[in-house]
Design a protein around this ligand. Structure first.
Ligand code: AMP
Length: 507
């Protein structure tokens, strides 16, 4: 089955339902959206020769036309390749070339540079040319597709090396959506999904359950993440849910605090994609109340490995709540999760090993990389590259990416534990801990620290603080104070860059 059917069924049976909003204003109903998508998919096939299985690239900020292109590709039986618009034009061009896109769509801000970088015609979704393509009258329905046909090529954010194309099938997206509805939130047709984070990634993937249920899609007018704009929208629109990376949640809470905003219009705030520290989620709950759900996933099992539900966030007993909030929850409804040693043998409960996932959400492989696929999927299990430990009651505690693990004096040190300890110091705003090659110990623990504005904290203070909380051998050998941590376009800290800085002679 083609995921495109999720739009056509609502478009035909409930054509008057509001579908796409730009800020507070409704732009399109489901009936209008379906017609425009049918017209665009006809143009894809007839004018541009797009056939089933061909790739269609999309490099755009969040824009009310975003999903027209996504669904038009699906209606035509093609594969959509959404690319993070914050990438440099040459990086985006690399992805479009790697996936061999037949046709590329972009927005006003990126079309020109992208066309120059990829040497290919690019259609601007905010142009007269585009308006003509969606305006013809067409009644086509989504092409026949099998569940295992590719729907979405998802390029991993690549905190190391070149991104890899993850092959996400229609079945994967159906299973992800089933997990959303079972574990994250139910959806009514009057609910709103807000594109606060890039639609090319988690925010876009989680838009799909909202298309399935014929709910409303809100695109901030700025096209980006602006805490003030989001808080403003939540004052005039109710029942808004969205996905945000932990750094975005932190910025939103800061802004809400400054303006006394309590997030009244928010329904569910889903966060994930990177570690959320205990102190940050505790602050967030005290500002907005119990609206938070955490998911742990990766492109290779999109949004779907574990979930820390709204109820888990609300556990009454303090030590139990702390335990839950330090975890990433339990396996999502339609996947299996286990922890294995390097030979694939399940480890004892509470022991750390690599996190393995199996289920219909797991990618069918990496685009044109059979070797990388063989390494990642073994005996049907996806090896995530993340380290974690699972409790007797199924709670998963993420440690680190296997490559982020620090081995000092033959002992494993998980940077996350050291970061958690440092973050409880009131003067520390952000931290990231990496290993540095060390002749004596193999690796030494190095902490990069961004202090709160105006905080006066010395290395000795931090050392003393760590000694109170973690084993002596885990405490950083060196503290490096920075004004900013290097991050990729999704806000994930670039540990590779930090390792390079830490290893530099003047690091
Ligand atoms: P990506 O494939 O770009 O979405 O990156 C996925 C990676 O982000 C995972 O393999 C984890 O290392 C990390 N990640 C995702 N969700 C979480 C989470 N809830 N907590 C901590 N790290 C996460």
């Amino acid at each position: 089955m083609n995921i495109g059917n999720w739009l056509s069924r609502i478009g035909l049976h409930a054509p008057q339902r509001p579908a796409i909003l730009s800020g507070k204003d409704t732009l399109l109903t489901y009936g209008e959206l379906h017609s425009r998508v049918a017209a665009l998919s006809l143009a894809l096939a007839q004018e541009f020769g797009v056939k089933k299985g061909d790739r269609v690239g999309l490099v755009a900020n969040n824009h009310p036309h975003y999903f027209e292109v996504v669904f038009a590709a699906w209606y035509a039986g093609a594969v959509i390749v959404p690319v993070n618009a914050k990438l440099h034009a040459s990086e985006a061009a690399w992805i479009l070339k790697d996936s061999n896109c037949k046709l590329v769509f972009s927005d006003a801000a990126h079309s020109e540079a992208l066309a120059a970088a990829c040497g290919q015609a690019v259609i601007n979704i905010a142009s007269d040319q585009y308006d003509c393509l969606v305006a013809t009258s067409a009644t086509g329905l989504p092409a026949d597709r099998a569940p295992d046909d590719t729907a979405w090529l998802f390029y991993t954010s690549g905190t190391t090396g070149k991104p890899k194309g993850v092959i996400i099938t229609h079945r994967n997206l159906m299973a992800m959506t089933a997990c959303f509805l079972a574990d994250v939130s139910s959806i009514r047709d009057t609910d709103h999904w807000l594109y606060a984070a890039p639609a090319s990634h988690g925010a876009g993937l989680y838009g799909l359950p909202y298309f399935l249920k014929g709910a409303r899609h809100v695109f901030p007018v700025s096209g980006g993440f602006s805490p003030g704009e989001i808080l403003d929208l939540s004052s005039s629109i109710s029942d808004i849910s969205f996905f945000a990376a932990p750094t975005m949640v932190r910025r939103l809470i800061q802004s809400a605090r400054d303006t006394g905003h309590k997030g009244d219009g928010f329904s569910t705030i889903v966060y994930g994609g990177g570690p959320m520290y205990l102190s940050d989620i505790t602050d967030a709950i005290s500002q907005f109340g119990q609206k938070f759900v955490q998911i742990y996933g990766q492109g290779e099992s999109p949004m779907s490995i574990t979930v820390l539900t709204r109820q888990m966030h609300a556990a009454e007993e303090v030590s139990e709540r702390t335990r839950l909030l330090s975890s990433v929850g339990i396996s999502q409804s339609f996947v299996e999760v286990r922890i294995a040693d390097e030979n694939g043998m399940e480890v004892e409960s509470g022991e750390t090993g690599e996190i393995l996932v199996r289920g219909d959400t797991v990618m069918s492989g990496y685009w044109q990389s059979p070797e990388a696929t063989r390494q990642s999927i073994r005996d049907g299990w996806l090896w995530t590259g993340d380290m974690g430990a699972m409790d007797d009651d199924g709670l998963l505690f993420l440690k680190d990416r296997s490559k982020d693990l620090i081995i000092s004096g033959g002992t494993n040190i998980y940077p996350r534990e050291v970061e958690d300890a440092l973050l409880t110091h009131p003067g520390v705003a952000e931290t990231s801990v990496v290993g540095r090659p060390d002749e004596e110990w193999g690796e030494a623990v190095i902490a990069f620290i961004r202090l709160e504005e105006g905080a006066d904290v010395s290395r000795e203070d931090l050392d003393e603080h760590c000694m109170k909380q973690i084993a002596r051998f885990k405490r950083p050998r060196e503290y490096i104070f920075v004004s900013e941590l290097p991050k990729n376009n999704y806000g994930k800290v670039l540990k590779t860059e930090l390792r390079r800085l830490a290893a530099a002679p003047d690091g």
